[in-house]
Design a protein around this ligand. Structure first.
Ligand code: KG4
Ligand code: ZN
Length: 350
């Protein structure tokens, strides 16, 4: 089965063709970062308009690179939640039009399920794929949650804990913005942190206990803002690198500690990470060490499959299509995930 996946939930317009075995036949991602950079964050209306301009050429390119026509495709998968409403609608409306026009089955995919399954994607070469059940951290600009994944379908995935406020990627972006580093901040902080001393500034670890799998990142960001207000902006390149390293290690330590605690609590032997922040070198290194220490298998997709892409959507959709799932042309969009939540923003079960 060859499935066309379409992704437009945030600031990447993406399309890919993937088989139900996870083999990527094509993968086209067009980023909007330069459009949003002057604003230091994604501007929803600009995102929608740019998706409108880009989506048809991106889908055409995905088909062309796979050397396939729409008639060769066995189904169409599209991100229909969670995300920016106007942005989601662009992908969903195109997917409906293509499905109707070419008489192909259509399925909507939850973006987070896509991130959770990204580690199953591969090119020609075989990769180590996770075995079910596993613990998975999805950590991006909009989401930071730990899940128990029993099977690759939404009804077999359950949140074990998540952030009560900012997503970790949001904290990276906001800290970068207040340090005047540019957007998106994650990759920039990652680069600078590699040259810095993580013990230079004592950044507090919020909700450090592992009895709760809830997390909080807005306090870390506020601490950095307070530190800059008190001590002044970093005067030298080394001070800047030290501050970035100190901030990053506080975020990374929290993510690693809570994810490992979740795996152990659920008696899961495999840990998977995904989402844009999973591209972070400090996070990848810390997970590698912690999982080796605790004798857990770790599966980490390459950085290009951690950030938003159409391949993960095509794959999640291919599995649904293969078991006979179909959505109608009345498929709706939503700003929230379909996955059951353990943590509400601003509070919830401890
Ligand atoms: O998954 P993604 O592409 O989009 C969302 O669904 O949000 O994640 C984007 C987020 C941004 O906050 C970006 O700063 C962060 O991922 N990010 C990183 C790195 N690369 C991207 N954060 C830390 N280190 C990185 N190397
Ligand atoms: Zn994402």
């Amino acid at each position: 089965m060859r499935v066309l996946g379409i992704e437009s939930s945030c600031d990447e317009t993406a399309a890919a063709v993937v088989t139900e075995q996870g083999r990527i036949l094509s993968d086209v991602v067009r980023s909007q970062v330069t459009l949003h950079a002057p604003f230091g964050g994604v501007v929803p209306e600009l995102a929608s308009r740019d998706h409108m301009r880009a989506i048809v050429p991106v889908v055409q390119e995905a088909l062309a690179r796979a050397r396939l026509g729409l008639e060769d495709i066995d189904g169409i998968a599209v991100t229909h939640r969670p995300g920016l409403m106007g942005a989601l609608l662009v992908g969903v409306q195109l997917a409906k039009g293509l499905a109707f026009g070419a008489d192909k089955p259509l399925v909507g995919v939850d973006h987070l399920v896509g991130h959770l399954l990204a580690s199953f994607l591969h090119d020609d070469t075989a990769v180590a794929t996770p075995r079910f059940p596993f613990a998975a951290l999805v950590v991006s600009g909009g989401h930071t949650s730990i899940y128990r994944v029993d099977a690759p379908f939404a009804e077999h995935i359950r949140e074990l804990g998540g952030t009560r406020d900012d997503a970790a990627g949001e904290a990276f972006d906001k800290v970068a913005k207040l340090l005047g580093l540019g957007y998106p901040g994650g990759p920039i902080v990652d680069r600078l942190a590699a040259q810095g001393d993580p013990r230079a500034v004592a950044v507090p670890r919020p909700m450090p206990g592992v009895r709760s799998l809830e997390m909080s990142f807005s306090g870390i960001k506020t601490f950095i803002a307070g530190h800059v207000a008190r001590a002044g902006a970093p005067a030298t390149a080394q001070q800047l690198a030290d501050l970035c390293a100190s901030f990053q290690s506080a975020v990374v330590e929290t993510l690693v500690r809570k994810t490992i605690a979740a795996a152990r609590r659920e008696q899961l032997g495999t840990v998977v990470i995904g989402g844009g922040v999973a591209a972070n070198r400090g996070l990848r290194a810390a997970f590698a060490k912690a999982c080796a220490d605790k004798d857990l298998d770790l599966v980490v997709p390459p950085p290009s499959r951690c950030t938003d892409n159409g391949a993960m959507i095509a794959y999640a959709g291919a599995l649904r299509l293969a078991r006979g799932d179909r959505d109608g042309l009345d498929l709706g969009v939503s700003t929230t995930t379909v996955l059951p939540r353990a943590t509400r923003r601003g509070g919830g079960r401890r």
